[in-house]
Design a protein around this ligand. Structure first.
Ligand code: AMP
Length: 420
């Protein structure tokens, strides 16, 4: 079975085509600057030359049509016909309280995703564009949606509620949802497999540290807390996002600087974090380069970033009353030796024994960076959100096929027999 995974943003669309039985990626790519005459299309078919085109792509339906043309292209394609695509899986950022797991798309599901536009105004409308674009280009092909929030729906009320008047929750669904769920779910499963222990028996702190960053406390395979909240702004300090701050700063800064709601929101989401403190970059590679060259602001930005991450790890160990393993993943978590080393060397009170040599080796691989016998294990697990989306879509299609097969069987004879 071939499954196309799509991550649609407002002006971009990323895709990966999986052959599920072998677990192979047949092709991947992205369309950027959708809506412009100079949209950029990058197509990477496995084992063939990469295609890079700049052309007019004004909306998502055209973007998907171009992607499908490339997937069956005589020279750059990987399929004989688009009919070889059995299903499409979409990433959807916000599933609110309605979606606790991935689902197949139908009219009800689409209506519910639209109802959630308010909670994720930048993301969910773009995902709907992706779903409609697939419908227009591939009518009848089943589609599934996989939500960033779904994995965290297991959080208990004491973790997901804010201590504000309950009317805000009842009337407007103001609560913590958490994000990066697909990634936290995947790395927790892989961590258990790596350790050779049942996930049901493990207490894990997973750290998804990329452009956006969040930690999760995972007990017995279920998320019991996570650092992002109602929106992906809460929690850790990030590349351009502030993470946690005193909410009173918002009206205070608005008054002092004469800022509108849009401006303060843009400040906290796009002009804060590493970028604001270093004055150099939101990219951890550039921060580390600058601090190694002696830049004081870069050093302060790194120190704040690491400190806030380590405090969350400590909080989640307390939340679970223990921890078996800490897992690092995503762009910074998988690649920044310095961040992992600094965090781990300051967690000795927990019983973390850090292995400096292991930390330097094996980039791109699942690995242990704590010493053999360390009371708390520390792992680096490369995340793979696209694979989880493909796998969930595959599972949903298979269970639907089983239901269809069962519905074809005439059970009436069996029933008659049992009555007699
Ligand atoms: P992600 O959102 O998971 O794609 O992560 C992207 C971020 O990972 C980039 O903005 C960088 O800050 C970070 N990153 C990527 N490679 C490295 C590296 N070698 N060292 C430190 N940070 C890195």
């Amino acid at each position: 079975m071939n499954i196309l995974v799509i991550n649609a943003g407002s002006s971009s669309l990323k895709y990966q085509l999986f052959q599920m039985e072998e677990g192979n990626i047949l092709a991947k790519g992205r369309v950027e600057r959708i809506g412009m005459e100079t949209a950029i299309l990058t197509h990477e078919p496995t084992g063939k030359a990469e295609v890079h085109e700049v052309r007019e792509i004004l909306e998502h339906t055209t973007a998907i049509r171009k992607v499908l043309e490339l997937l069956v292209h005589p020279e750059h394609g990987v399929l004989a016909s688009t009919s070889e695509i059995d299903a499409v899986g979409h990433r959807v950022v916000h599933g609110g309280e309605s979606f606790k797991s991935s689902v197949l798309v139908n009219d009800e599901v689409k209506k519910e995703i639209k109802r959630l536009f308010d909670l994720a105004p930048l993301h969910n409308p773009a995902h709907m564009l992706g779903i409609s674009a697939v419908e227009a280009n591939m009518p009848g092909v089943p589609q599934a949606v996989v939500f960033d929030t779904a994995f965290h729906q297991s959080m208990p009320a004491h973790a997901y509620l804010y201590p504000v008047p309950m009317a805000l929750y009842r009337k407007h669904k103001v609560r913590r949802y958490g994000f990066h769920g697909t990634s936290h779910n995947y790395v927790s499963e892989r961590a258990a497999a790596f350790l050779g222990r049942p996930l049901e028996q493990l207490k894990l702190v997973t750290c998804h540290i990329g452009n956006g960053a969040s930690c999760a406390a995972i007990m017995g395979g279920k998320s019991v807390d996570t650092s992002m909240g109602m929106t992906p702004l809460e929690g850790l300090m990030m590349g351009t996002r502030s993470g946690d701050l005193d909410p009173a700063i918002v009206p205070y800064a608005m008054g002092k600087e004469d800022l509108t709601l849009g401006e303060i929101s843009s400040m906290l989401n796009k002009h804060s974090g590493l970028q604001a403190i270093s004055g150099i970059s939101s990219d951890m590679r550039e921060i580390v380069e600058a601090l190694e060259a002696g830049d004081k602001n870069a050093a302060l930005a790194f120190e704040m970033y690491e400190y806030r991450l380590r405090k969350y790890i400590g909080a989640y160990v307390a939340a679970m009353n223990g921890v078996d393993a800490i897992v690092f993943t995503a762009g910074v978590g998988e690649n920044s030796e310095l961040l992992r080393q600094t965090v781990c060397e300051r967690l000795t009170f927990l019983g973390v024994e850090f292995d400096e040599e292991a930390n330097r080796k094996g980039r791109g691989l699942e690995r242990r960076i704590s010493k053999q016998g360390s009371k708390v294990e520390v792992l680096v697990i490369p995340t793979n959100e696209e694979w989880v989306i493909a796998r969930d879509t595959f599972g949903l299609i298979q269970s639907q096929n089983i239901r269809l097969e069962l519905s074809k069987i005439d059970f009436s004879h069996g029933n008659r027999n049992s009555v007699q």
